[in-house]
Write a new protein. Structure first.
Length: 311
């Protein structure tokens, strides 16, 4: 099956009250771990590439790896640009075979966000590619951007209808209290999301897919694995799984996960080197890292996203 857009996936997810996992990819082992789990769970899948990942791994290498995964699994896979920041980057990914792009104008004033997003939508739609826009600003760290807590803002429900109508976006990322990275809440702070905002947006945009960024749970077993093998991330804390299940049962159709993959990979490798200080063959430590990514993704698909068997 060729790469697909997210249109059908989101329609079924919205109706079925579940979400599709959008997992960030950077290299072969990550792609293999994710896609093997999705295949065994028969789950629809979005693989997403940030501009940093594209710089790191090279567009062609990533395309070929994703094509190989699609060939091996036969699954419907959507290949998505995560946090595109310019028209030129989105165009380059569209022309290069991506089936979905995000244009993230969330840092811009409303009118400029509308203008940039519409420019991307017009080009993408002319090529059969779908577009995710964003309103509201998440806190946290992405490759080139670090948004402080003071600069983060919740999405304003009274802006969403106009934004979607004027831009023609196919899905909308919103800010309800999640954030990028492994430090989403302060130590001792009770994790909370603004489900009231999500509910209001859902009412204003019926049957429209909403996207949740910054949705890693920062799984305690991997934080513990890092900390007990020479790492130092004692205050890492993520979104409780129960909240993600709740979001998936509402209008959220796409849940973005990157940090959990990074923690699983890093924790596994740290432990491996602690247990086997004499080893130096990359396959010896990348193999178990790939296996743990696979099990992590299986867990997300089955127990958090609810999309097992929905491919
Ligand atoms: O939202 C950001 C993703 O986790 C990608 O992170 O820009 O460091 O590749 P990156
Ligand atoms: P996490 O940092 O919570 O994994 O979020 C990833 C993300 O939103 C990618 O766009
Ligand atoms: Zn994001």
């Amino acid at each position: 099956m060729p790469l697909v857009t997210s249109t059908e996936m989101f329609k079924k997810a919205y109706e079925g009250g579940y979400a599709i996992g959008a997992f960030n990819v950077n290299n072969m082992e990550i792609i293999q771990g994710i896609t093997e789990a999705a295949k065994e769970e028969n789950a629809p899948l979005i693989l997403q590439v940030s501009s940093g990942a594209r710089k790191y791994a090279n567009h062609t290498y990533l395309m070929k790896l994703v094509e190989a995964a699609e060939h091996e699994t036969g699954l419907p896979i959507c290949l998505h640009l995560d946090h595109g920041d310019t028209f030129e980057l989105c165009k380059s990914c569209i022309d290069g075979g991506f089936t979905s792009v995000m244009i993230d104008g969330s840092h811009l004033p409303f009118e400029e966000n509308v203008k940039l997003t519409k420019q991307v939508v017009d080009y993408a739609h002319s090529k059969g590619v779908v577009v995710e826009g964003e309103l509201g600003r998440l806190a946290g760290v992405e490759d080139d951007v670090n948004v402080s807590e003071e600069d983060a803002t919740y999405t304003r429900p009274d802006e969403v209808e106009e934004f979607v109508a004027r831009t023609g976006v196919d899905s909308l990322a919103i800010a309800i209290g999640t954030s990028h990275g492994a430090y989403k809440f302060k130590p001792g702070q009770k994790p909370q999301l603004r489900f009231d905002i999500l509910e209001e947006i859902g009412k204003r945009l019926p049957n429209f897919p909403i996207v949740l960024h910054g949705a890693s749970s920062v799984m305690p077993e991997y934080v513990e694995m890092i900390n007990s093998n020479g790492g130092a991330m004692p205050d890492a804390i993520g979104i409780p799984e129960e909240m993600l299940r709740q979001a998936a049962s509402m209008a959220v159709c796409k849940i973005n996960i990157d940090s959990d993959l990074r923690l699983a990979l890093t924790g596994t490798i740290r432990k491996y080197f602690n247990d086997h200080p004499e080893h130096f063959d990359p396959r010896q430590y990348l193999g178990p890292a790939r296996t743990n990514i696979k099990e992590l993704v299986r867990h997300k698909i089955r127990n958090v996203l609810g999309c097992s068997g929905k491919a």
